[in-house]
Design a protein around this ligand. Structure first.
Ligand SMILES: Cc1cc2nc3c(=O)[nH]c(=O)nc-3n(C[C@H](O)[C@H](O)[C@H](O)COP(=O)(O)OP(=O)(O)OC[C@H]3O[C@@H](n4cnc5c(N)ncnc54)[C@H](O)[C@@H]3O)c2cc1C
Length: 407
């Protein structure tokens, strides 16, 4: 194959992807980032970023992510403007197919695709975003100390964020499409919100327009029962009608939850080994810059480890000219190490026609799961890169001898 093979391919250039880029670059991995728009992700869409540790009040989001991008480039991150529309697996490689028709090959992939809040689509919304219209209470609530805000949304997120806003705002009005008996949030949250004296409700209404001269001033609502319009003075409009990952193009390959978020383990690895997901796109509790960069760092380190394991195993086992016995043992089960010592003695009796490699499972979890090692000790017998026999749990040294006889 004439194609360049990257160590790591990062898809998406928001904070999660950029942090992964810094860590990959620093580990000297040949890393390419594919970003469909401008670097920085969602952060470039809002003015201030005041809760990222080390960047104090008045910090500009664009400056923070701009600095992350320069940092990643300093470590050798390469960047192409491309939109990825498909990920494929080819032999041991991952392939990113782009809208422009190109294919990029890599040993590992880090998906940092982010997410987008669902917009109301109301007149004035776009112009006043960041000027009183917000999609993130954790990010912006403190700007509304002792002011009045309106929250749009009917689900858990809307009610929880409204409760959070009451710590700052003087008055929080929740606007819902349905009646009070049909609120889509969980009962406990609703009961707490109903008991909160700072919260009031407007039912059966949708947003028609957000008005303001450079900053939010009023919200125009349409009553869904009689079609009438009403105008309400407010300092801020918080919209919580959902947040969407753009992951449908991955659903054939990678496990997604019922809302389309990518499922990962604590190393950020997805259901496909060597493919990681970081930041807002993954199924997680808190979607913020600080958690996205943390995910990016973890994924990059995990990707590097994965590659090391792959290379080492390929050299010693899969490409070996001689048959190899691969013994899995565990620190937590010391007897497994003792059994493998016995196995090693018997393998050594072959005077080099069979070799042995021992693997401690907690350090090589990916390998253990790839070969379905569920208990220790387990011995896999490889010939020409294929497992041709295996022994697991309690087996005798006679069992080992009889397998070795066939080599
Ligand atoms: C209005 C608003 C205000 C916020 N305020 C704050 C705040 O004050 N503090 C805070 O910590 N967080 C805040 N957040 C949340 C924060 O911005 C996100 O948590 C963070 O940006 C997530 O980073 P990410 O790298 O996961 O994804 P994103 O920032 O969403 O970046 C994803 C990138 O991937 C690219 N991409 C997507 N799909 C593809 C594809 N198929 N091919 C190539 N490229 C692709 C996108 O173009 C984008 O650049 C706010 C969010 C919003 C919407």
């Amino acid at each position: 194959m004439n194609q360049e093979i990257w160590d790591a391919l990062i898809i998406g250039g928001g904070p999660g992807g950029l942090a992964a880029g810094i860590y990959c670059g620093r580990s000297k991995l040949e890393t390419l980032m594919l970003e469909k728009g401008s670097l920085g992700g969602q952060v470039v869409e809002y003015e201030e970023l005041e809760n990222y540790p080390g960047f104090r009040r008045g910090s500009k989001g664009t400056e923070v992510v701009g600095s992350m991008a320069e940092h990643a480039k300093d470590f050798g991150l390469q960047i192409e403007k491309e939109e990825v529309i498909k990920i494929e697996l080819e032999d041991n490689l991952k392939v990113a197919v782009t809208k422009s028709g190109k294919k990029y090959y890599a040993k590992t992939v880090i998906l940092a695709l982010g997410a987008k809040p669902r917009f109301l689509g109301a007149k004035g919304e776009k112009e006043l975003t960041g000027k009183g219209v917000s999609y993130c209470a954790t990010c912006d609530a403190s700007f509304f100390e002792e002011l009045e805000v309106m929250v749009i949304g009917n689900g858990d997120k809307a009610i929880e964020e409204a409760m959070y806003l009451t710590k700052f705002a003087e008055k929080v009005t929740i606007v819902i499409r349905r009646g009070m008996t049909e609120i889509g949030a969980n009962k406990v949250s609703v009961e707490k919100a109903l008991a909160n004296p700072k919260i009031s409700w407007i039912c059966h209404s949708t947003v028609e327009e957000i008005k303001g001269d450079g900053i939010v001033e009023t919200l125009v609502l349409r009553n869904l029962k009689d079609g009438g319009l009403s105008e309400h003075t407010t300092d801020g409009v918080f919209v919580f009608i959902g947040i969407e990952p753009k992951t449908s193009f991955l659903s054939d390959l990678i496990e997604l939850d019922s809302h389309g978020w990518i499922v990962t383990d604590d190393k950020m690895e997805t259901s496909v080994e060597g493919i990681y997901a970081v930041g807002d796109v993954r199924n997680k509790y808190l979607r913020q810059v600080v958690t996205a960069v943390s995910d990016g760092a973890i994924a990059a380190v995990a990707a590097e480890k994965y590659m090391e394991e792959q290379e080492d195993f390929r050299e010693r086992v899969l490409n070996s000219q001689k048959p190899v016995a691969v013994g899995f043992w565990s620190m937590d089960k010391k007897e497994s190490a003792v059994v493998l010592e016995e196995v090693e003695k018997i393998v050594n009796e072959t005077e080099g026609s069979v070799t042995i490699t021992k693997i401690e499972v907690s350090k090589k979890q990916e390998l253990a799961s790839r070969y379905d090692v569920k208990e220790v000790p387990t011995v896999l017998f490889f010939e020409k890169g294929q497992v041709i026999n295996r022994l697991s749990g309690s087996f005798s040294m006679e069992d080992v001898r009889s397998i070795l006889k066939n080599f």
